[in-house]
Structure formats: C-alpha cells, structure tokens
Design a binder for this molecule. Structure first.
Ligand code: AKG
Ligand code: FE2
Length: 343
C-alpha cells in the first residue's frame, strides 16, 4: 500500500502535490449551515413514519427531503446511542492500531475490499485525504473475512450487528420512499432484486495542515440505491451541493444521515435527486464516519418505474445494468456516472 494519509499527516511539511487543489483557498470550509439560510435538511422520525396517525405527514416530509436535497437524517431508527458509539469506537480503534496490524487486512493491488486509500490511476488526479476500510457485508456467503480487521476483537461482531440493523432499516426506508410516491410499497425493493448487496466503508480523515487546499473526499454522488452514513459525533465535514451552493450537513449525534444514490434517482425517473456531496477536513482534529452503500442486483436492469413516466414527465434515463461497474469508469474520467444513463 502507498503511504497512508495517517502517516502523511504526521510528517506533513511537504505534502505530495497530488493532494493539493490549486483552486482551493477560496473557502472549502465556509459553506452555509442550512439553518443560516433558513432552509433545513429534514429530520424524519421513523416512529412517526410507521404510526398510522402521523405517517402521511412524515411521508410528505420524506418526499420533500428527497426531491429537494436528496438528503435527510433519521431518528428513532431503533439503534441505541450506546450501540452507535460502539460502532464508532471499534472503527476508531482499528485506525489507531500499529501499521503492521492494519496491513494484515490491506487491500490487494487490484482488489476492492480491505484497508487502503485512494486508488491512483493518473498523475492528474487529486487524491482524497482519507484512509479507508471497505468490506462487503451482504450477502452473507460473499463476505470475505480475510479482508476484515481481526482487531479490535469485537470489530466483526459489532459490524455484523450494525449491518443487520441497517438491512432492516433499508427495507423500511425503501418502502416509505415508494409510498411517498404513491407506488406499491415494495416497488423499489423489487426493482433492487433479491440479489442486492451491501458494502460498508469506514472513512478516516486525519488532520491536515492545509485544509483549505485539500479535500477529504472530492465532490461525487453515490452509485448506490441509498446510502446510510453514521457521522462523527463531534467533528463536522460533510457538505451537500444544492442550487450551486455548498451546505454543511449538521451533526445530530444519534441520527443517521441517508442520501439517495444514482440508482434510485434513475428508478424514480429523477423525482428523487442523488445529491453531489464532498468532505472537508481541518487542521486540528481527525474525523471518522461509517458509510453503508445498498446496491441493487448488478445483473438486473435498472430503469425508471413505469408509473413515474407520463406525458408531463417523460422518461429521463435509459436502462442500465451493473451501475457500480460503470460508475468507476466514469468517475475515473472525472464525469458524473449518471450521465451514462441520461437520455
Ligand atoms: O464521510 C462523510 O461524511 C461522507 C462519506 C461519503 O460521502 C462516502 O463515503 O461516499
Ligand atoms: Fe458519498
């Protein structure tokens, strides 16, 4: 593995050029807080969503969140604050291990899973200021435990429990999203197929001496159906682009952030937006987040749901298969992968 960002952050007088954005310095970090501009990233309460007397109102909120931001936060999702802290804790403990221990689960040169950082494919590319662990957690028979951290001891059991919880929550959210569009409740679940998968990514962003010129994660939209993000409890950094303006996603310690990925944008015929987002860093504190990407069956054709195509809303996307495969090709060329599907 190339030098970790964690190591770079310790000996940071001369940062390699390929981390530096020349156009930085114009305030990566002074994005607006949505509340400052009087608009809010909605917070959806799962209890309200599932209780008959409040569900209609909550579904309207969800619909509005997904069509304007593509982002929302959920509370009352069933996981305790103690458990979420545990997920954060085992993740942090892994990145604190000595280098030799972390390298035991290093990503293979052409592999996908394991511990590593940004894959370098060209000299022109700007690299992300982050080290990661990327793992397939679903389906069960495709878990490759060789790529999983062996330490801390409770890493595996905690991540398995967290994945199981998010699998159930994914179903709740996809059903609610379909209902909010007056579709059959299981519409998106069916479109994702029985052979869907889930990948978890632990994002570790060390402090950086020149945070106005370096990004934790470049602007991108996710290739998932939807993505769940457990934010750092204290250090912010996630920003979302809306109407050409960057907004900070505020920290709500026990909430999960959820965003639409490109594949739901396609299925919803563009009603739900897969938002462009990025991560900024800071000079003082590390930040750690845990993203879970839900991915539809790669053999299934993803296309706009028929009921969402009509005269006033013509079809906007052509069918695509193996979107995640296309995603990496486009991303590497600096293009938005969803362009591959736009008519
Ligand atoms: O770390 C974050 O706040 C966002 C992570 C993210 O966007 C991703 O992993 O795709
Ligand atoms: Fe993302």
């Amino acid at each position: 593995m190339a030098e970790s960002v964690q190591e770079l952050s310790l000996s940071s007088e001369n940062l390699p050029n390929n981390y530096i954005h020349d156009h930085g310095g114009i305030g990566f970090r002074d994005a607006l807080l949505p509340s400052e501009s009087n608009i809010h990233i909605p917070v959806v309460d799962i209890l309200n969503l599932t209780s008959p007397s409040t569900s209609q109102q909550e579904l309207r909120k969800l619909h509005s969140a997904l069509s304007s931001w593509g982002f929302f936060q959920v509370i009352n999702h069933g996981m305790t604050s103690l458990f979420l802290d545990k997920v954060r804790e085992v993740s942090k403990q892994f990145f604190q291990l000595p280098k030799e221990e972390k390298l035991k689960c290093a990503r293979e040169p052409n592999g996908l899973e394991g511990y590593g950082n940004d894959v370098k494919f060209s000299e022109k590319q700007r690299l992300d200021w982050t080290d990661r662990v990327y793992l397939k957690v679903h389906p069960e028979h495709q878990r490759n435990f060789n790529a999983w951290p062996q330490k801390p001891n409770d890493f595996r059991s905690t991540v398995l429990q967290y994945s199981e919880n998010l699998r159930q929550l994914n179903e709740v959210i996809l059903r609610a999203m379909a209902k909010s569009l007056n579709l059959e409740e299981d519409c998106f679940l069916k479109e994702c197929g029985d052979r869907d998968s889930m990948f978890i990514r632990f994002n570790y962003y060390p402090p950086c001496p020149i945070p106005d010129h370096v990004l934790g994660l470049k602007p991108h939209a996710d290739g998932s159906s939807i993505t769940f993000l457990l934010q750092d409890k204290e250090v912010e950094g996630l920003q979302v682009l809306k109407d050409n303006q960057w907004f900070k996603v505020p920290i709500i310690p026990d909430a999960l952030v959820i965003n639409v990925g490109d594949q739901i944008e396609i299925m919803s015929n563009g009603i739900f937006q897969s938002p462009v987002h990025r991560v900024v860093i800071n000079a003082e504190r590390e930040r750690l987040t845990v993203a879970m990407f839900c991915i539809p069956d790669s053999e299934k054709e993803i296309k706009p749901v028929e009921k969402l195509v009509n005269e006033s809303r013509p079809i906007l996307y052509r069918p695509v298969k193996d979107y995640v495969g296309i995603y990496f090709q486009y991303y590497q060329q600096g293009k938005r992968p969803i362009e591959a599907s736009k008519i």
